[in-house]
Design a protein around this ligand. Structure first.
Ligand code: NAP
Length: 246
């Protein structure tokens, strides 16, 4: 498989880490589909990336809705004929102490961060299996390993993603499909800039490198695991966190 023949889907790609991943894959030569719930924002992101010379297409798709995932991935297969790379990046957080977390806030976070990755994987992996080639990269989080007060829903969803990654990797290794997980620490995106200043200061103090990571640093790691060269790596977790968790 050559980068220039590859077709990729990056979920949650209208901004932040997902957009940087889409840009990195596009720069390698892949045809990249970007999805998010807000069509206007994801179309604008795709247009911006295409200006760099690659092929990028925006798609409205809520990963927490299996019907939308099914029709979205079927549309990609109809148009592009194949799907080689799936990056399950879409995610949200609804931080609250455990006892104050409402059922809907628990469910919403699980739907976007965990069930969404399952729906997309289930839909794409059938095509990858037929092709005898595929790369799936899940975007997890350091809090799956450390836990974090106020993030029981988010940490549980991201920990579930580790189990999904390892199980799917074992099921599909013989079909040429690799499934790995990149676990970012704290990365400079809207998800972090929305945190109160004292919390940001506390986070920075805990990072041995003394700085937040950039979306590009996560994107380059994902691009490596999504590359044809990473064919003997599967079921692994790769941490990108400035030494925060080692
Ligand atoms: P972000 O800036 O908030 O962007 C999230 C993206 O996901 C947006 O494009 C959003 O667009 C999309 N999205 C959210 N829910 C969706 C859904 N149900 N279906 C489809 N798209 C959806 O977040 P980020 O910081 O780039 O984070 C990206 C991933 O990295 C997430 O999985 C996050 O948990 C993980 N992560 C981030 C950090 C960090 O420090 N930033 C650290 C560890 C892990 P719409 O709202 O239009 O759908």
């Amino acid at each position: 498989m050559l980068w220039g023949d590859s077709v990729a889907l990056v979920t949650g790609a209208s901004r932040g880490i997902g957009k940087a991943i889409a840009e990195a894959l596009c720069a390698k030569g892949a045809r990249v589909y970007l999805c998010a719930r807000n069509l206007e924002a994801v179309t604008a992101a795709a247009r911006e990336i295409s200006c760099g010379g690659g092929a990028a297409v925006g798609l409205q798709m809520d990963v927490g809705r299996p019907d939308e995932v099914k029709s979205g991935i079927q549309a990609i297969l109809r148009e592009a004929g194949r799907i080689d790379i799936l990056v399950n990046n879409a995610g949200i957080r609804r931080d609250k102490l455990l006892v104050r977390t409402q059922d809907c806030e628990w469910q919403e976070v699980l739907d976007a961060n965990l069930s969404g990755s399952f729906y997309c994987t289930r839909q794409a992996i059938a095509a990858m299996s037929r092709q005898r080639y595929g790369r799936i990269v899940n975007v997890g989080s350091v809090v799956a390993f450390t836990g974090n007060a106020g993030q029981a829903n988010y940490a549980a969803a991201k920990a579930g993603l580790v189990g999904l990654t390892r199980s799917a990797a074992r099921e599909y290794a013989s079909r040429g499909v690799t499934i790995n997980l990149v676990a970012p620490g704290f990365i400079e995106t809207d998800m972090i800039t929305s945190l109160p200043e004292p919390v940001r200061r506390q986070i920075l103090a805990a990072i041995p490198m003394g700085r937040l990571g950039s979306p590009r640093e996560v994107a380059d790691t994902v691009a490596f695991l999504a590359s044809p060269e990473a064919g003997y790596i599967t079921g692994q977790v790769l941490h990108v966190n400035g030494g925060l968790y080692a």
